[in-house]
Design a protein around this ligand. Sequence first.
Ligand code: 13P
Ligand code: SF4
Length: 338
Amino acid sequence: MINAEQLYQKLKDIHVGNPICKFTKESCELLLPAVERIEKLKREKNAIILVHNYVAPQIFYSVADYTGDSYGLSKNAKESDADIIVFAAVRFMAETAKILNPQKTVLDPNPNGGCSLADGITAKDVIELRKKFPSHTFVCYINTTAEVKAQCDVCVTSSNVYKIIEKIPNEKIYFLPDKLMGENVIQNLKEKGVKKDIQLWDGTCYVHEEYQSESIDQVRSNFKSVEVLVHPECNSAVVNKADYVGSTSQMLNHVRESERDTFFLLTECGLTGILQSEFPKKKFAGGCTMCKYMKSNSLEDILNVLENPGAQNIIEIDPKTQKNALQCVNQMFEYSAH
Ligand code: 13P
Ligand code: SF4
């Protein structure tokens, strides 16, 4: 288990949003009793905790067994032999863990953890779309409910969306729900000379849609050697001006390998905090927009869910939906493996 000094070393460089909101040794000590109780319950119940890169750093650095992007964490969930999976992120990610592990208990400490993408389309919408586009392959972003996945053919994440859509043999694709990501895919395939007819649903991530390419021009005019990293949920004008486009973990790995020392990120700013901690000699800046859903996770809720989960914390998916959604998610693992 991490001690207060080790936790402080991890958190001391992080200031998410307001620079006066910094962790101190005393604030780290105050976190320790909850961390201790969570660690004890994990051992007693054979539980693991998965934590997304955007979740608050005091959770990320204290109780997580695995941290990562939505693809990596889905893989961790798929490969785990724990009896209980606690997923500190948003609802659709916990649901994906349950789709992959119907026999396990999957607990969501943050049952109100929506997502503007996942909340913007229903299974009924997809059923109607399939009538309108009967010969299209339906590709869904992982940011969708289990019911929506159950109506689609192939799931993708931000780390594999370009490659998987390119590999799908059918020229006709319906991609949902992220319109901006879909436009980036269309542009990427056009540049490569790959011919596809891609139809899009009109959804957006409320965090990433805010970013504008002018902020990149401004940063570049002041810092000539800056490297610009953006998430593929940003609009095409932003993506076109970036040096690197990838999932949250791909951006982290890119920074690790990059020879540059100054980075500008356009993604939820929790990632910037993690990068500040991981690479203290490098400098990071970026738009500080927070995802209210990811940020509504807390150590207290993780503790409560391990001690005494309420019905709203236990992920239940009806067997037919689980079976169909699993086929869709497994298609992603198939395409990723070859
Ligand atoms: P990643 O899979 O890149 O971590 O993205 C998840 C997400 O919700 C981005 O907003
Ligand atoms: Fe959803 Fe956007 Fe939050 Fe990611 S950052 S969970 S896409 S609302």
